[in-house]
Design a protein around this ligand. Structure first.
Ligand code: DAV
Length: 379
């Protein structure tokens, strides 16, 4: 179809309305990043000690791409338009006037970078130097949507400087010396690797519920980032949340909406914001604990946890895609009346996540609704 003949419309207000257009990531060229203040990768058990960087093995990449391609083809078969990013050479060094970073990362998880709120797609700041330029892989698509949809609001959050001021530079070294109790104290104090020198956030720390957005403060999203989002979306109610977890990154394996009135909560990572439980209760939302994950350890080279079991793509309020090995999670949702579509995607984990991470909404039907008419003052 000629570009101008497509009916492109950018709009998505929540995680569950009928999905019509989505971006699915690619595994091509994904790197184990070189160390930087925000993040250190090490897998001594696989012969990759701290400081090693390089492209993930080609056979893993091929398998991941096969699963991503099958996932995309399944969505297209169901009438959903699927777009893909344009990979660039992620093994190249990148620099700004302030710093130089030996490698980039990849383009598997569009959810981390692109936040769709209504007719807007917002490019997140990101907080890793290796991910500073990641928005470039989505630019061909965003330029196209801009041409094809006169109402598309294309926005980018201020690019952070990411100098030494942005980080507690010895954080990860100290982290390794802390007991579990000490790590949890840091969580209670919201004391992670980012300082508050400038706003930082990843788009995947946001869960969208119409007028209400839950934003997780985490190792990649600071309070200033949440404040920036609050000021950027004045018609939304932004709720800052944290969970019982020592190095949180992204809300989409911790707390996920399923449909109006029903949300799925991680069975280990409990909400540490009492107001959050109250908000859901007051508005008659039921929160259920996720099922037991199928895997008992992370995938090889994966920085994501086994809780990718709850990282799902919802196609409409009755239909949900779940990773195909997550039998118990599928059964739980089946009992709740969902049509569950099993999608093999575990081999993609090392490239940046699961079904939710691997996608970014472009268009869902529906309008902006208020699912929480009873608010909690100050939250
Ligand atoms: O909790 O393992 C998964 C989500 C990454 N986007 C986790 C993070």
């Amino acid at each position: 179809m000629a570009d101008h003949a497509r009916k492109t419309k950018v709009c998505s207000w929540n995680e569950w309305d009928p999905l019509k257009h989505v971006i699915v990531g690619r595994a091509d060229g994904t790197m184990i990043q070189a160390p930087e203040p925000a993040v250190e990768r090490e897998w001594p058990e696989y012969g990759v000690p701290l400081g090693t960087c390089g492209r993930l093995p080609r056979e893993m990449e091929d398998k991941a791409n096969e699963q991503l391609n099958n996932f995309a083809a399944m969505l297209e078969k169901r009438g959903i338009r699927v777009d893909r990013p344009t990979p660039i050479d992620f093994s190249q060094a990148v620099q700004t006037p302030d710093w130089k970073q030996a490698t980039m990362f990849g383009c598997m998880p569009p959810r981390d970078v692109l936040l769709t709120v209504g007719q807007e797609i917002l490019e997140a700041t990101m907080s890793y130097r290796s991910r500073w330029f990641e928005y470039l892989v989505y630019r061909p698509l965003l330029e196209q949507y801009f041409k094809e949809d006169a109402d598309f609001r294309w926005e980018a959050a201020p690019k952070p400087r990411l100098t030494e001021r942005t980080y507690k530079t010895d954080y990860w070294t100290r982290f390794k010396t802390w007991t579990e109790a000490e790590k949890l104290e840091r969580t209670q104090a919201r004391d992670w690797v980012l300082t508050e020198a400038e706003p930082c956030f990843d788009a995947a720390d946001v869960a969208r519920f119409g007028r209400d957005l839950l934003v997780q403060q985490s190792t990649v999203t600071n309070a200033a980032g949440i404040r920036w989002l609050r000021q950027h979306f004045p018609n939304h109610r932004i709720h800052a949340v944290i969970f019982k977890e020592d190095a949180p990154m992204h809300i989409d394996a911790t707390f996920v909406p399923l449909r109006p009135g029903l949300a799925l909560s991680n069975r280990l990572r409990k909400p540490l914001t009492p107001e959050m439980a109250e908000l859901f209760k007051k508005n008659d939302w039921e929160i259920i604990e996720c099922a037991k994950p199928a895997h008992d350890k992370k995938a090889k080279f994966s920085f994501c946890s086994v809780w990718l079991s709850m990282n799902m793509l919802i196609l409409d309020p009755k239909t949900v895609c779940v990773e195909a090995s997550e039998r118990e999670q599928m059964e739980q949702l089946d009992r709740r009346g969902f049509e569950v579509i099993p999608v093999p995607l575990w081999d993609v984990a090392a490239f940046g996540g699961g079904l939710h991470c691997a996608t970014a909404d472009v268009y869902r039907e529906g309008t902006c609704q208020d699912y929480f008419p009873h608010q909690i003052p100050g939250f």
